[in-house]
Write a protein that binds this ligand. Sequence first.
Ligand code: AMP
Length: 179
Amino acid sequence: MTARPVDLTQLINRRIRDVPDYPKPGVVFKDITPLLADHTAFAAVVDAIVAYYGRGTIDKVAGIEARGFILAAPVAYHFGAGFVPVRKQGKLPAATYAESYDLEYGSETVEIHQDAFSPGEQVLIVDDVLATGGTARATAELVRRTGAEVAGISVLMELGFLHGRDKLDGVDVHALTTV
Ligand code: AMP
């Protein structure tokens, strides 16, 4: 794992707000809205993701609904890459591939347009928080089903105690901060 600049880690950690018992009792929600509202911090995280992979290495950036969209779009712009939305079931208008995964209670389904990528394209997946890893793993599977390749997964914050990266064998998981 590459060392992270201490000031970037602090910049992020100080601007992610813990909201206890949201959206349900026992969950500590990591609220990134203070970070997004701070232009220095927002720009620093976008720049750090682009610098980690390097310009010219990524063809498309896939953002996971909904907070992943906010981070993925400026990252795509700075890579000179396209943006692709990964959405909850039933939101995308054209033909999709779908992947379902289990949650603590019930299941969740994410979708991508079948023609989102060309075969062999290098795709970076971006989201705000990596928790159990189910969403990221399903997204990586969707990207592969289109014939494209997963260059990596970038997240603002990894909840290390949930071991999400263990579900992402063979994928480069790039977390700007880990708690
Ligand atoms: P998971 O599939 O468990 O890795 O959950 C990842 C998805 O759920 C991401 O899209 C996150 O935005 C969201 N998520 C999960 N846990 C949290 C949390 N504690 N705070 C904020 N977002 C979370």
